[in-house]
Write a protein that binds this ligand. Structure first.
Ligand SMILES: NC(=O)c1ccc[n+]([C@@H]2O[C@H](COP(=O)([O-])OP(=O)(O)OC[C@H]3O[C@@H](n4cnc5c(N)ncnc54)[C@H](O)[C@@H]3O)[C@@H](O)[C@H]2O)c1
Length: 331
């Protein structure tokens, strides 16, 4: 059974820790967080040892896999420390805060021959998996346009790092990477983007809203909306039209009656999309990626996919900043 070290015991660390509890052949043996109480709380709840730093975790435990759930700007330094010990790595999305950092990260792992897989979870959401299958089966003929909306209230995050554009990249990076990655999985490479966002243009703190239009090499146009300005919950909507029909999905539909309420002290810091399936997509994702990084078959997403998705984000950020369309690939 692979011995896992979980780094970062905040919002996503919690989702991953709970996910591993549901995977029969997974064992988290150590938790690291610079806020030691958090690592202690995870160790107490799920079993395993707690450490106040990555260095302490790596020194004390013999690990087969690390799973990195720290804030985005910490992805590169934390992963490089794990790479020194050649530990296969599961990385929360995005791979890094900048394309330059992500390229460095992927090149270093590839040069060392150590597996690195980003947790781009939308590839495991059943409705997105089904939409991709229908599209490739020709269910709506030749697809022409796609529209995706994703978002909810502004995420908390430790020290409100999401609300700091320099750290999170706002919704164009932190949130919309999910859709950019899925769209690229379905439609192939992006040729050109045009985007605007509150944070990228105005340096707005805390809240962000963005629109991006992606033109794919195959001619498909995708209109993406990302928001942290809804007051509660999390919603995802998707509509794809082709010459023979339309596919539609909305998180508003699967729930016959949905209660919405303002955030309270007990509300998690981040809102995540819900899925009305028996097993949540995060657990499905971790099971597949864990197998992939420990010698099993490749996962449906690779480090190169993570890099390509981040490149679309960075092109959008550039477009939002300069007010002009930006052509890919970026230099
Ligand atoms: N896939 C998804 O749906 C999804 C959703 C939310 C966040 N994320 C991603 O997950 C990552 C973490 O986000 P979060 O919401 O869990 O943030 P968070 O602020 O809730 O938690 C981060 C934790 O990491 C700890 N930490 C910070 N630096 C550290 C370091 N150097 N070593 C060890 N611990 C450290 C913090 O103390 C905190 O407990 C981000 O990259 C974010 O973009 C993904």
């Amino acid at each position: 059974m692979p011995r896992i070290g979980l780094i970062g015991c905040g919002g996503m660390g919690g989702t991953h820790a709970a996910g591993y509890q549901r995977i029969a052949d997974a064992q988290v043996v150590g938790y690291a967080d610079i806020l030691p109480d958090r690592a202690q709380a995870f160790a107490g709840k799920y079993g395993g040892n707690a450490y106040p730093s990555v260095t302490d975790l790596l020194k004390a435990e013999s690990l087969d896999v690390v799973d990195i759930c720290v804030p985005t700007p910490q992805h590169l330094p934390v992963a490089m420390e794990c790479l020194e010990r050649k530990i296969p790595t599961i990385m929360e999305k995005p791979l890094a805060r900048t394309l330059e950092d992500a390229r460095k990260l992927v090149a270093s792992y590839e040069a060392a021959g150590v597996p690195l897989v980003p947790a781009n979870v939308v590839r495991w959401f059943p409705e997105f998996v089904a939409a991709r299958a229908q599209l490739s089966a020709g269910a709506i003929g030749k697809p022409a346009v796609a529209r995706i909306t994703r978002g909810g209230r502004e995420p908390g995050g430790t020290g409100n790092w999401f609300g700091d554009f320099a750290q999170s990249g706002g919704v164009l990076l932190d949130l919309m990477i999910h859709d950019f990655d899925w769209l690229r999985w379905v439609f192939g490479e992006v040729e050109r983007v045009t985007a605007s966002s509150l944070m990228a243009q105005n340096g707005e703190k805390g809240r962000d809203y963005a629109l991006a239009v992606l033109r794919f090499k195959n001619g498909v146009i995708a209109h993406c909306e990302g928001t942290w300005v809804h007051t509660d919950g999390f919603r995802v909507e998707m509509e794809i039209s082709g010459d023979k029909g339309t596919l539609e999905y909305s998180t508003q539909y699967p729930f016959p009656l949905k209660r919405r309420q303002n955030a309270t002290e007990d509300t998690p810091a981040i809102a995540l999309p819900e899925s009305p399936t028996l097993e949540d997509p995060y657990t499905k994702e971790l099971r597949e990626i864990l197998k992939a990084v420990t010698g099993g078959p490749a996962a449906r997403v690779t480090a190169r996919d993570g890099l390509a998705a981040l490149e679309i984000c960075e092109a959008c950020l550039k477009s939002a900043a300069c007010g002009e369309p930006v052509t890919l690939p970026l230099p």
